[in-house]
Design a binder for this molecule. Structure first.
Ligand code: SF4
Ligand code: SF3
Length: 548
């Protein structure tokens, strides 16, 4: 075994990747990512030590957040970028240790994660191979499972918090929670019950983070509105933008005005089409392609350069590397990385000039898809929706938010959407939507049967809609609503979405296509018994069960 990672749904054999990631991550990158997290845990323990002694510690919140973000699935494959960031972390640890000593705070009893250091890159690489830096260092399977569940939740939280920060919104309570949670995963005195409680608290901060990002997005770009998105192409050179960061998207749109280059969204950037502020750009044409895992073929036919603002990157073909640019927490060896200046501004001129030299995109689809059903838009239609429920025209809503992935078993979700009976409406968010957002599922009295709220973080919108419906129908419990949850997960953002829903009291969520490999039998049992979490079965059986 040269690595161990089980943080995503595609973990080899459902239990963990041990030689190379199914995602394409090498053992070197995987081990460095583990060491990155280990270093963040150490920094967190140092911060907590100072706090407990009443010392105001230097603020390292942004470093912790970005470090976590760099380790989520399919965000960063660049060993050098991760190595550089670990080096930075070691400097921070030195600074914090010095600061504690100067303030008379003892370093005694601190974990190796806080204490270790290395003098050069060889030392860092050697440490990344040390057993204590890896996930399996926690021997008890249940404790490991809970610790990792918390860490993955916090990774997703960090990603969303960074997007909010890019739009000028942050919340120190969220950062402090990340630090507390990371430090707690080093604490052997915590019982399984303590860790279960911390898992739920992670969900609470997940709700806060998604609410903050929602406020940042809608406060900056307006409320998403019903939009028909063009999925064809135009005869100009184009730039394809993937990932989740709207600030990057805006900066590219601004800088490419009048350049004769069209901008297209890809994957999780599709919901950018729904925001009023982006509609004023004539050169913003529409969406090209599907969910992340089809990118190799779609990037081939796109012909132009691609900008990754976040995950999900699939290791590209050798001859595509020169056309792919990364920014923010994302990275891939050989791809040009665009850094922000001190004010957060990025210069995209190179990618714009690059686009001008390349062919316009080859058409792979034509027509439009509809979306933009985040909370404000759905509230604007509330009377219609409520009437449809009261009249029985809508019998049930299905929350089918989350992620897509390349596994064949995910055909389940397309088939499930196709076979849902009349009178059902799918509420979606995240790249899971690509499994059914191009099907002809019709509408119910003008309400489309697939309502797309936006990106995976906009699952928050779906929770807000559910809470509003609970109020309108004067129910005591969110679980009394005619809403079923059939969620597809893949990476750690889906973990924070799931924990957020659990915190909001949503029960009986079905999770697929497989349950997380990082859930031990006992932890899975806790989730089943307390929250009614379940997997998926056959499409027919599941529909019958949900409709009963
Ligand atoms: Fe395997 Fe997923 Fe980890 Fe990649 S992120 S190494 S596919 S478990
Ligand atoms: Fe998709 Fe990666 Fe999760 Fe934001 S782009 S949902 S998988």
């Amino acid at each position: 075994m040269s690595m161990f990672c089980y943080q995503c749904q595609e973990a080899a054999k459902g239990t963990g990747c041990t030689v190379k990631g199914v995602c394409g991550k090498t053992d070197v990158v995987s081990n460095l990512q583990d060491l990155m997290v280990y270093t963040l845990k150490g920094i967190s323990q140092l911060v907590i030590r100072g706090k407990q002694a009443g010392v105001e510690m230097p603020n390292k919140n942004h470093y912790v957040m970005t470090g976590l973000f760099m380790t989520i699935t399919n965000a960063n494959f660049d060993d050098q970028a991760i190595l550089n960031n670990i080096r930075k972390g070691l400097e921070i640890k030195q600074e914090l240790k010095g600061f504690l000593s100067e303030n008379g705070v003892s370093l005694e009893g601190l974990h190796d994660a806080a204490l270790w250091s290395a003098t050069d890159d060889n030392g860092i690489i050697a440490k990344s191979l040390a057993p204590e830096a890896g996930i399996l260092a926690t021997e008890n399977e249940d404790v490991r499972s809970l610790r990792e569940l918390i860490i993955y939740g916090v990774k997703g939280m960090a990603a969303y918090a960074e997007h909010a920060l890019n739009l000028g919104k942050e919340d120190v309570n969220i950062y402090e929670f990340m630090v507390k949670a990371l430090a707690a995963t080093l604490d052997d005195s915590l019982s399984a019950d303590d860790l279960v409680a911390l898992t739920l608290e992670t969900g609470k901060f997940g709700v806060d983070t998604m609410a903050m990002l929602d406020a940042a997005n809608t406060g900056t770009y307006g409320n998403p509105e019903i939009t028909e998105v063009n999925i064809g192409v135009r005869n100009n050179p184009g730039i394809l933008v993937s990932g989740h960061d709207l600030k990057d998207f805006e900066q590219l749109l601004e800088q490419s005005k009048g350049a004769g280059v069209d901008i297209y969204t890809h994957g999780e950037m599709l919901p950018a089409n729904y925001y009023p502020a982006f509609k004023k750009y004539d050169h913003f044409f529409g969406n090209y392609g599907n969910a992340w895992w089809k990118q190799k073929e779609e990037f081939e036919s796109f012909n132009g350069p691609i900008l990754f603002t976040t995950n999900c990157i699939v290791p590209p073909k050798e001859d595509q590397i020169s056309r792919i640019y990364t920014t923010g927490a994302s990275g891939y060896p050989g791809c040009k990385h665009i850094e922000a200046d001190q004010d957060g501004n990025k210069n995209f001129s190179e990618i714009i000039e690059h686009a001008k030299k390349l062919k316009s995109p080859t058409e792979i689809e034509t027509g439009t898809i509809i979306g933009g059903f985040a909370h404000a838009q759905v509230f604007a239609l509330a009377d219609k929706v409520v009437d449809a429920v009261k009249s029985g025209a809508i019998k049930k809503f299905f929350v089918m938010a989350g992620c897509d992935g390349r596994m064949k078993s995910r055909d389940y979700y397309t088939e499930f959407a196709e076979k849902l009976p009349e009178g059902t409406v799918i509420l979606t968010a995240g790249c899971a939507k690509y499994r059914y957002n191009k099907l002809e599922l019709g509408d119910i009295g003008g309400i489309p049967r697939v309502l797309d709220a936006g990106q995976c973080n906009d699952s928050y919108s779906l929770a807000v809609i559910a809470l509003k419906l609970k109020e309108v129908f004067e129910l005591n419990d969110i679980n009394e609503l005619p809403i079923a949850y059939n969620i597809a997960w893949y990476e750690q953002k889906a973990v924070i979405v799931l924990l957020a829903l659990l915190y909001l009291g949503v029960k009986n969520i079905h999770l697929g296509p497989t349950l997380p490999g990082f859930l031990s039998q006992n932890v899975a049992k806790v989730l089943v018994e307390n929250f009614g979490i379940a997997g998926i079965g056959s499409v027919e059986d599941d529909i019958e069960m949900f409709m009963a």
